[in-house]
Design a protein around this ligand. Structure first.
Ligand code: SAM
Length: 462
């Protein structure tokens, strides 16, 4: 960015605070993207403080030198991400503290130059906490004081290195872990080593009362942008500070620690913010801490499925996705209607999901119980009966788009035994591979095998 591109806005001084160096400087890049967006007639948000911070940064460097913002492909991609991220996280936070969210506390970890406390319409009674490194907090607070900025929420600011114990200091300024909290970790994890990122997310979990929420950028959403950035010298001041973050799939990692994780995809974002604002693969994670009542007293759901094998022993499976389990492969079938017999229900559901009306059914093989998050009902404990069946190998028949959408089926396919043994997503039941081996070797069991309750979270699954 050059001087003449500096967005218009109130003048800003630093009141003598030095400009943050190192990782703190990355917050200026975010402010730059927000300032430019705020000047657009079709802006997704208005952050008048972003340009105040930028002007103060220029002043602190005895400028006319403005923060670097050359228009490279990498910067354009990163700026587009920063804008979308800001808009989505604005909405996330306001939803979380709204009547359907119920969060009464907001914690902005590594708040940087985030001015949400000053620019969003917060409901009465919300308390907002901001944490960042001392140098950053010093700069920000002095600039805000100089600009006579007034928060629109009860705001608490504290200095903390988020690689260390920040829970104690947070409680000391009035944070109550017994109240539901909306957490924001925006633009931080990439600057942390894996162990520090894991410790931070664990600490958030420990401090999260039922109903608390956490939002993150979805894994892979930034893959291309980061590749471009790594190759672009203009981005080097930020990229050389990257430490990789958690380094594991965030959604599965969080699910393994008791969060329900909803994935917000490109399509939803396009509907909300406009197609031209959402780059390919973009998405966010919205993690929610279930209430103890929800987890402890799951309603019982009865279901039945068919293990459909072709003459070569391949099995037909459907890929589903839910907030508790994530992506998983299931046999065709589903929930029983009131009074419906399990075999009749399994056949009815299979016809709806495949269009196959000639599947030959056999004996009941297995029963099991497991937990998942049903889109309409919430957390349920499903009691499932599985019957043997056979059919020729073929694709589903007819247009099943509506049925797939209604049942949350993402895709379906046949698996040979070898292909099945290589599946990386969760299988339902999780022991499907050895169960099929036994079935091929010994034939159907004389009595159905009861696998009992099978937990989702098994060691090593994250
Ligand atoms: C890219 S900025 C994002 C700022 C802010 N979340 C936003 O999106 O506007 C990264 C921020 O992380 C902060 N940060 C980096 N490492 C930190 C640490 N170990 N402890 C506290 N803050 C840290 C930096 O000071 C900086 O403000």
């Amino acid at each position: 960015m050059t001087d003449d591109q500096t967005p218009a806005g109130p003048a800003g001084g630093t009141g003598g605070a030095p400009l943050p160096q190192g990782v703190g400087r990355t917050a200026l890049g975010v402010a730059l993207a927000r300032a430019v967006e705020s000047a657009r007639p079709d802006r997704l948000f208005d952050d008048p403080y972003a340009s105040v911070f930028l002007r103060a940064a220029v002043a602190a460097e005895n400028g006319p030198r403005a923060p670097r913002g050359e228009r490279t492909e990498a910067w354009a991609a990163m700026a587009a991400h920063l804008v979308l991220r800001t808009a989505y996280f604005d909405d996330y936070l306001l939803d979380a503290v709204g009547p359907d969210g119920g969060c009464t506390q907001v914690v902005l970890l590594a708040a940087g130059l985030d001015a949400r406390a000053f620019r969003l319409d917060w409901p009465e009674g919300v308390r907002l906490f901001e944490l960042d490194l001392p140098e950053m907090v010093d700069f920000k607070e002095r600039v805000l004081a100089e600009a006579d900025a007034r928060p629109r929420v009860e705001r608490h600011v504290l200095t903390a290195d988020l690689r260390e114990d920040w829970a104690g200091p947070l409680r000391a300024v009035g944070f109550d872990p017994g109240q539901p909290t909306a957490w924001l970790v925006e633009g931080l994890l990439i600057y942390l080593e894996a162990a520090d990122a894991a410790a931070l997310l664990d600490r958030i979990g420990e401090l999260s009362a039922p109903g608390s929420r956490l939002a993150l950028v979805r894994d892979g959403a930034l893959r291309r942008t980061r590749e471009l950035a790594r190759r672009d010298p203009v981005m080097a001041p930020a990229t050389r500070l990257w430490r990789g973050g958690l380094g594991r799939n965030h959604a599965q990692w969080l699910r393994g620690r008791g969060w329900l994780v909803h994935e917000i995809g490109e399509r939803q974002l396009r509907d909300r913010y406009g197609a031209e604002r959402v780059t390919e693969g973009h998405g966010f994670l919205l993690a929610v801490r279930p209430s103890p009542a929800e987890s402890a007293e799951r309603p019982r759901r009865e279901a039945a499925r068919l293990l459909v094998l072709d003459p070569d022993g391949s099995v037909f499976l459907q890929l589903h996705h839910d907030a508790e389990v994530g992506p998983h492969w299931v046999l065709p079938g589903g929930g029983l209607e009131p009074g419906e017999a399990p075999l009749a229900g399994a056949v009815r559901e299979t016809v709806e999901e495949t269009g196959w009306t000639d599947v030959v059914t056999g004996p009941e093989l297995w029963r099991w119980e497991h937990d998942y998050h049903h889109a309409d009902v919430g957390l349920v404990r499903q009691h499932e009966v599985i019957f043997l069946a056979s059919a020729p190998r073929r694709d589903p028949i007819g247009d099943l788009t509506a049925s797939f959408a209604a049942d949350g089926i993402l895709s379906c396919r046949w698996f040979t035994p070898k292909e099945l043994s290589e599946v990386t997503e969760v299988l339902w039941p999780p022991t499907l591979v050895p169960l099929l081996e036994d079935l091929r070797r010994d034939g159907p069991p004389a009595e159905p095998i009861d696998l009992g309750y099978v937990p989702n979270r098994q060691s090593g699954t994250d």
